[in-house]
Write a new protein. Structure first.
Length: 86
């Protein structure tokens, strides 16, 4: 558990769930990236991702998250960038 807390503390952006759709053993969530209380999202390497959208598909097994795959992210005013094979 300590490793999970340390991992999350290193992530500069917060996420807000914009939508959530469940179908069978999959749940797809769309998140909007934003600032955290402890850090600015713009401190991440590369362009400022504040306001960007990202979609993640979770695989659910016996009521628990068994896996996750990022599907795409979308900078404001630009088309979605899909991950290869998605």
């Amino acid at each position: 558990m300590k490793a999970v807390v340390q991992f999350h503390a290193q992530i500069p952006c917060s996420v807000e769930i914009v939508s959530l759709q469940a179908r069978g053993r999959y749940a797809t969530a769309v998140f909007r990236l934003g600032d955290r209380v402890t850090s600015k999202c713009a401190s991440a390497p590369g362009p400022d991702p504040t306001g960007w959208l990202s979609a993640v598909r979770f695989t659910i097994v016996r009521g628990k998250i068994a896996g996750m795959h990022q599907l795409w992210f979308k900078p404001p005013g630009q088309p979605a960038i899909r991950w290869p094979g998605r």
